[in-house]
Design a protein around this ligand. Sequence first.
Ligand code: PMP
Length: 435
Amino acid sequence: MTHVFHRSPKNPLPLAVKGAGAYITDETGKRYIDACGGAAVSCIGHGDVRVLEAVQRQMSEISYAHTSFFTSAAAEALADHLCAASPVPLDKVYLVGSGSEAVEAAIKMARQYHLERGEASRKLVISRHQSYHGNTLGALSVGGNPPRRKPYGPFLLEEPKIEPCFAYRYAKEGESAEDYALRAANLLEGKILELGPENVVAFLAETVVGATAGAVAAEAGYFRRVREICDRYGVLLILDEVMCGSGRTGTFLACEEENVTPDILTLAKGLGGGYQPIAAVMCTANVYDTIVNGSGGFVHGHTYSAHPLACAAALAVQKIIRDDDLLANVRARGAQLQERLQARFGNHPHVGDVRGRGLLQAIELVEHRDAKTPFSPERRIGAAIKKEAMAAGLMVYPGAGTIDGVSGDHVLLAPPYNVDAETIDLIVDRLGLAV
Ligand code: PMP
């Protein structure tokens, strides 16, 4: 009998014994292509000795020093690297241990920013339906993932939400992409006015929506309009790039493509690539200066914030991405993956959409392709496809859409940035079998 309290104890899991490149091997010797990086985490593949060496080196120097006593060379170097890699002006980095922690820290940072400016009534964070921002109670209150929320409400604070920018779902017949992007962004202005700008701290959104909707990027122009609206009402813009950042979509930050600078941005999964638990909150000099020149500091922190081993691992991962020019491969293999998915599933009767950016791609599964009606909740098939895929030696990340009753299940693909062309073909073949 196992003593580990697994997520779904009734579905016994295979035991992973080895990770190498794009593959994980279980105790029976069966090999699985890790086509989703777990949950879009493993960005340089498994078992890279350069990361192992960096962590070993760090461990031989110092493994742990609490951040209320010391900073570390690893944390300093990682923050420098991230700020240099960011083409948008994000100047300060706060390091934590997980995506949820990063989102919590980002919200608190935004609240403290307004407090320091004497705008104490600003408390509300507007977010979007069909989003995921983490599993802690605060992150769940801004997230829009009903199955994850259902057992645990009511939340400490129920935050207001607007419809996301999902053209394939919400654009009207004949509406241009540009008009739709503006209409979707203007929902934010409507919400700010309804709540009163003096009550709104921030707008929080995933730049490319990952787990809950399946790799949905907003239409061009959406985030630029959102930025204008935030500026007009003194609302901070927080972009959650826990999943889509760190190079996953082909640029270091997904918001580079949108040409928008947020006030605060979160990174996690591809930051440490799964070698250590780590996440980051990046912010502008304005946010940092306002807090530091106000009460003196950010009243926040975890025991394992900026853990030196995690920082050393993340720095090694980020240098590998840079030195091996992996973002070029993300763009090339991402285009190949999308093209193969289109070819294989574009006319499939139960695939309503193929979409994504870079190496974050998804297919949406529906009862009827043309009407795009989702399967009924009893017939959710994302999880069934995951099971079939595992049998075929393929890891994919399923998600149930249905927030509004109109989205289908999806299967998310997020292979490592250094995946090769043959493996991409194999992924699509095996997924075809599973579907
Ligand atoms: N934000 C986004 C966009 C995510 O995809 C996730 C994880 N799926 C989180 C936050 C939470 O991260 P973690 O699971 O590391 O707490």
